[in-house]
Design a protein around this ligand. Structure first.
Ligand SMILES: [Zn+2]
Length: 290
């Protein structure tokens, strides 16, 4: 006990106790300082985390689907019946419109060839028996005919119509297209010749479309008649219906006739429809898709 501090403290009462307490306090203070200094290391500021809205990642639609347009096919029936009206349709309507020619029409072959040269798809418009007492025209297919006669008449019409056509649709036929025997003969011949069948659906009881499908023929059926009443207002109304059906189903099929109002209204509507995003396609484009 020779330390000068201790010796100094010894001069006071309780000096030893005070010395011990002071020493303990100094040591404790040193350890506190050491601990705090060495644990307060520099921490770089953490980025503030803001709440972020994470959108669920829906897979991108394939390119094809995004660009896929609603398709519309328009067929003008009864072509070749009137030279003048047939000429008007060929002169005014663009090639995406399909023309269906009456095979025995006076100018059918000549005008069908002209339409084909201009790029139109051609159909053969086969006269078939209606329910009403209206003549379907010369050489029409009737339910009263024998199997052989139905076959003969159909083959005869096909021979006489020399244009290169891809398919057939019915002219009238509200009775014949509900007749299983008759339609069976017709569809078998079309299948043999690789032709498609468009059911004009002049009768909603027609079995032709379903039969053609069963037989494996490319086929389709009409959605809208453009001009059951003549005049541009009716055509305009029916074109709007056609657009709605195409929007709902992805495609739609209309049939019109070579009336002046129908031709003019259609010619004005086509560029507008295309600008709205519809694609006007030849009839064969839709039967191939089905
Ligand atoms: Zn017709």
């Amino acid at each position: 006990m020779s330390s000068p501090i201790i010796n100094f403290l010894k001069r006071f009462p309780y000096g030893n106790v005070l010395a011990v307490l002071t020493s303990i306090s100094l040591i404790a203070a040193f350890f506190c300082w050491f601990n705090i200094y060495h644990t307060q290391k520099y921490e770089p500021p953490q980025p503030v985390s803001h709440p972020v809205l994470v959108l669920s990642e829906t897979p991108e639609a394939p390119f094809e689907e995004k660009t896929k347009k609603h398709k519309i096919a328009i067929v003008i029936d009864d072509m070749g019946g009137s030279f003048k009206q047939t000429k008007l349709a060929i002169d005014i309507l663009p090639p995406e419109i399909t023309f269906s020619f009456l095979p025995l029409g006076a100018s059918a072959n000549k005008q069908a060839l002209e339409a084909k040269t201009k790029g139109h798809d051609i159909l053969l418009h086969i006269p078939m028996e209606p329910l009403l007492n209206v003549s379907p025209g010369k050489g029409a297919l009737l339910t009263s005919l024998s199997d052989a006669e139905i076959k003969n008449r159909l083959i005869n019409m096909m021979r006489k119509f020399t244009a290169n056509y891809k398919g057939v649709n019915n002219h009238m036929g509200s009775k014949f297209t509900t007749d299983e025997r008759g339609m069976n003969i017709v569809l078998d011949i079309l299948k043999e010749k690789n032709l498609y069948f468009l059911d004009s659906r002049t009768n909603k009881e027609s079995i032709a479309f379903d039969m053609a499908k069963e037989k494996g023929l490319p086929t389709a059926k009409r959605d809208v008649f453009l001009d059951n009443e003549e005049g541009s207002e009716e055509v305009q109304r029916q074109l709007e219906r056609l657009e709605d059906i195409a929007l709902a189903n992805g495609y739609a099929i209309a049939i019109g006739h070579p009336h002046t109002a129908t031709i003019q209204t259609l010619a004005e509507w086509i560029p507008l429809a295309e600008a709205m995003g519809f694609e006007i396609v030849p009839m064969s484009a839709l039967t191939e898709e089905m």
